[in-house]
Design a protein around this ligand. Sequence first.
Ligand code: PXL
Length: 279
Amino acid sequence: MPMKRVLTIQDISCLGKCSITIALPVISALGAETVILPTALLSTHTMFNGFTVKDLSDQIEPITRHWLSEGVKFDAIYTGYLGTAEQIDMMKELFRTFGGDDTFIFVDPVMADNGKLYPGFDMAYARKNAELCAAADIIVPNITEASLMTDMEYREEKDHDEAYIREMLDRLAQLGARINVLTGVSLEPGKTGVMGFDKETGEYYIFQNDKVNVTFHGTGDLFASTCVGGMLQGRSWQDAMRLACRYTAHTIEVTMKDPKKPWYGVNFEETLPDLIRMK
Ligand code: PXL
């Protein structure tokens, strides 16, 4: 099979195991060429105190202009954490330039979790992220992000039921993407996973894992990167979601066994060989 090529656009957090430092190894391990466009350079991710940030917005236009002059094409474009509303506008432009029938656009509207926006984001940014989702083929918000983009109440996992999740999926679909996947969905006690909706076929998909009662930073990026890599291997979106749920859960479990686990991220390095073998 010819090698697939994906462009991923998100920050570089030098220390912290998230965004590009997860996307590159994970998608590469799944066998696709991973081209990066860094949106900002941070000393660490934003859960640390005192992190430094250098915005790289001014590099986006010259870098993409060079790629255009080289005739570069992508099989997928995957956006994650972006810093500013202006960068979202730049992404919409970039999708128009590099998108097309042979390029799927995968948007993870990273901005919030556990009912709260991440530092530096506000409701205006949430509305902007909804515009980015409208320009995508597939989106993978968590419940917090989806609640902000659909004006629905945020409910914790213990309060999820299928009616709540279906309504959220229907409202997400109205934003515009064809495939809408909610992460962090719990449809049975002790379980967590995803529920997705393909608005073209009208099909819903649910996958639930045993819940490990911890949250780790970077697991959303691990999940999204695995989905993108899985889809580039030719898996259906449902198969890619299932792989991503199983791999993320497995990595959390393995990380929990490390007495020296870092507080800021998961030990995905230890589980990458398993991912390569997972069916
Ligand atoms: O994992 C998402 C993410 C990516 N990049 C940065 C972050 C976060 C979440 O907080 O701070 C810089």
